[in-house]
Write a protein that binds this ligand. Structure first.
Ligand SMILES: [Zn+2]
Length: 175
C-alpha cells in the first residue's frame, strides 16, 4: 500500500480490526519512511453480473427496494426488510464467489421472503419468475401449502429452482 503522504511504496500494518459484522477489515498502517499513519479498509469483492453483462457492486439497498415493493401493505416492518437484505448478502458472500449473476440474487431473496410473508413472496416470485397464468400462481400456492415455511433455506431454494408449469404441485424433480 502506497503511503498517501510521501508516496513511499510500502507500509506496515500496525493494527487490524473487523468492522461491520465482520465483512470488512480496517487496518491502521504506518509508513516506514515518513512515519505517518493512515487507515485502509478491506472489503471482500461481491459484484453482480447484470443481464447485459455489465457488473456492479452488490447493493443491499437495491435488495431493499425490491422487497419493499413486494411487501407494500403487508404486516412487515422496515427492520424485517433490513434483516432480510442482510441475510441475502450473507448467503451470497457465503458462496465464496466474487461475482454473482443477478438472477442468483433473486433466488437468494425468495427463500427468506417466503419465511417473512407468503403474499409478498408470491408477488415477488410472480414478477421475478415471470408468472404468466393463473396456473403458475396455483402451482406456487400448492407448493407453499405442501412445504411448511420452516423449511430450510436450502430446501426452498431448490424448490424455487424447479419450474412449476402445471397446476399440480411438483416436488423437486432433482437438481
Ligand atoms: Zn510516507
Amino acid at each position: 500500500m502506497i503511503c498517501p503522504f510521501c508516496r513511499h511504496d510500502d507500509s506496515r500494518v500496525v493494527d487490524s480490526r473487523p468492522v461491520v459484522d465482520g465483512t470488512e477489515i480496517r487496518r491502521r498502517r504506518e509508513c516506514p519512511k515518513c512515519g505517518q499513519r493512515f487507515s485502509t479498509q478491506e472489503v471482500a469483492l461481491l459484484n453482480i453480473i447484470k443481464r447485459s453483462g455489465a457488473t456492479e457492486p452488490f447493493s443491499r439497498e437495491k435488495v431493499l427496494v425490491g422487497v419493499r415493493k413486494a411487501c407494500q401493505g403487508r404486516p412487515v416492518d422496515e427492520d424485517d426488510l433490513v434483516l432480510l437484505a442482510q441475510r441475502v448478502e450473507e448467503t451470497l458472500r457465503g458462496t465464496g464467489q466474487a461475482e454473482i449473476e443477478a438472477q442468483e440474487v433473486g433466488m437468494a431473496i425468495l427463500a427468506p421472503l417466503r419465511e417473512l410473508d407468503e403474499v409478498a413472496y408470491l408477488r415477488y416470485a410472480s414478477v421475478y419468475r415471470n408468472f404468466a397464468s393463473l396456473e403458475d400462481f396455483e402451482g406456487e400456492i400448492a407448493l407453499l401449502r405442501a412445504l411448511p415455511s420452516s423449511a430450510t433455506n436450502a430446501t426452498s431454494a431448490t424448490n424455487v429452482r424447479t419450474p412449476v408449469n402445471t397446476s399440480t404441485a411438483q416436488q423437486k424433480t432433482g437438481k
